[in-house]
Design a protein around this ligand. Structure first.
Ligand code: PSU
Ligand code: MN
Length: 309
């Protein structure tokens, strides 16, 4: 790996060099997940939440084909204002193309895991991961494959019910990815705090998660770890309220023949429309909360590693 390809903000480079905790954040949620100006407010809110829990935030993206590990406020605003068709939603396959063509790219969970790992950042907070699509079982998000081979710990609120959740969990299991429930026994379903599905293991503290990641590293097992955090209780959208909207959006996407990389952003914006943006409040609350929890985990991990050295 040519380290010159990584443009790391000085604050982040210093933190990494001094073994201080850093948390990566993705940018697809900024360019394809939320509308202006909610996207910029949320991106800044997530960064602030990471800082409040003692870690340094690093939002990742490609600007003019350059990998950015950490964005300035101007970069964030530039990305947040770009029309979604002039910035590529980058998963693993898209990174070399967008870089070679000097385009702009936002990073999905898969691409953020890759770039964070290259930069030496172990923890990454986001909203929801991609998964197996309902009724299209060959449409398996590259996020799941990445979790099977890149040792980044992803802190999220599970997955949205736009996906086939049981099959998503099966693919994670096959790939050796534990699904840890942060203070919960059931898998969170993004807007809703719980589903009918068990997590692999309940964990009650950031220190416990830090110990699991540390042990995985000591063993040299190089796959990802998924930490799932329920949306804060006062911001939950009851499953009953959102399920019919999700089902209608999935059916409409099928009828319109929407597929490939477009289906996830299409469903997300359709659900926001159909719910009169009611879903957005929960979305923003869980993103910030996941930033906070990721900051706690990264700090706990660094403390543990510093103690054992
Ligand atoms: N799910 C959400 N919000 C999102 C995404 C997924 O609730 O913003 C984004 C993430 O960046 C995720 C990507 O990595 O969509 C998955 O896309 P695909 O299914 O095409 O792999
Ligand atoms: Mn897909």
């Amino acid at each position: 790996m040519n380290q010159d390809l990584l443009n790391i903000l000085p604050e982040i480079a210093d933190a990494l060099a001094e073994n201080r905790p850093v948390v990566a954040l993705e940018s697809t949620v900024i360019t394809h997940g939320l509308p202006w100006p909610k996207n910029i407010e949320t991106a800044k809110g997530m960064e602030a939440a990471v800082r409040e829990s003692g870690s340094v935030p690093a939002t990742l993206a490609l600007i003019n084909g350059e990998i950015r590990i950490g964005l300035t406020d101007d970069d964030l605003e530039f990305l947040a204002k770009l029309p979604s068709d002039s910035v590529r939603k980058c998963s693993r396959r898209d990174l070399p193309t967008v870089m070679a063509k000097k385009g702009h790219g936002s990073t999905t969970v898969a691409a953020t895991m890759i770039l964070a790992n290259l930069a030496g950042i172990q923890f990454f907070a986001t909203g929801g991961i991609g998964g197996v699509h309902r009724g299209h079982h060959f449409d398996v998000s590259a996020d799941l494959m990445e979790l099977g081979k890149t040792p980044t710990t992803v802190i999220c609120s599970g997955a949205k019910a736009i996906l086939d959740i049981p099959n998503t969990l099966e693919v994670l299991e096959t790939q050796g990815v534990p699904v840890l429930g942060y203070q919960c026994d059931k898998l969170p379903l993004f807007y809703s705090r719980e589903s009918e599905f068990d997590v692999t293991e309940r964990v009650d503290s950031a220190a416990e998660i830090a110990q699991i990641v540390h042990t995985r590293n000591q063993l040299g097992i190089h796959n990802g770890t998924l930490v799932t955090v329920p949306v804060p209780a006062d911001q939950e959208v009851p499953a009953g309220d959102i399920q019919s909207i999700i089902d209608a959006a999935v059916e409409e996407a099928d009828n319109k023949g929407i597929k490939g990389a477009e289906i996830t952003p299409w469903l997300l914006s359709r659900i926001a429309e159909l719910s009169n943006n009611q879903s957005m409040t929960a979305n923003i609350a869980l993103l910030k909360n996941n930033g906070r929890v990721a900051g706690l985990i990264a700090s706990a991990y660094q403390e543990l590693v510093n103690l054992s050295n």
